[in-house]
Ligand binder design. Sequence first.
Ligand SMILES: [Zn+2]
Length: 351
Amino acid sequence: MKANWIDFKALRAKLDFAGVLAHYGVQIKTTGKQHHGFCPLPNHNGNRNSPSFSANLERGIFQCFGCGAKGNALEFAALMEKIDPNDGPALREVAVKLQKQFFPEWQSDSPTVTKALPSKATAPSPPKLPEKSEPANKPGTVINAPLDFELKGLDAGHPYLLSRGFTPETIQRFGLGYCSRGLLKNRVAIPLHDATGALVGYAGRVVDDTAITEENPRYRFPGERRRDGTIFEFRKTLLLYNGFRVKEPVDDLIVVEGFTSVWWLDQNGLPSAVATMGADCSDKQAELIVSLVKPNGRVWIAPDGDKAGERHAQTLLALIAPHRLVRWVKLADGKQPTDLAGHQLNTCFVF
Ligand SMILES: [Zn+2]
């Protein structure tokens, strides 16, 4: 029975709020023991552009004067998980999760504790999609933590981007540039942000397609790095490229496979576009997509016109159609959204 036992008081006392914030992708900016920033809560409905959220890291409490939320670290975690902190059983489940994450040594034998409990979120939240594919976090591992650096000296005027028709404005908006050094040498660096807009890594696109091999793939994503005993891991399955720019649920959202399609759509007046960064779509990505579209809105899927694109569409339909209306823009064989001129895009996406 030890597995089912959670000491809320001990957990709250021991939890490091800074660690909890970082775990949920909050970039910590402190003055003394006080963190100030944009509200990361998914149910925040105040102004996204004012730093209304503050947390006292020492006392482990937070409050947001935008949406009025306040509480302790455990309640913060619950709200981040879209769970009503007043829902006892659901809160307990969050506590179990946090305990696993931060105090794995407290854990006893039963690995099925969290599964055994029904999850009943009473807070208004987008429909919860089944969780299956995400492996559990290893102790001491932080997933998609905000970077504490930025790549400097990227060449935004590289012919690769300009020759593909991207304007300097688009290149600047997406922070793109050719990288001549380091892990992304000879690649276009693509900043990746989490849902809160924090920079969590860079993808790199080979500029010379003839140089693509198994060891030198077309796209490179951040790997694992270690610092001070903590493992930083990147998981693209938890991110939706460009999702953070969609500030509020929209009527029409376009979902594509790749980065270039997002840039192209944006440049052609279709800014509400996100990419799954590949032909797969994880449950988490589907959940993020649903959360970005109003209940009576539409999800427009526009995968590449090939086998992988077909698979992409089928996956998206299976995951999203139960929650939102889905329109499939079928492109001709071998075509990608970037092959369509502005006027063609306007006939594909009729909002
Ligand atoms: Zn808030």
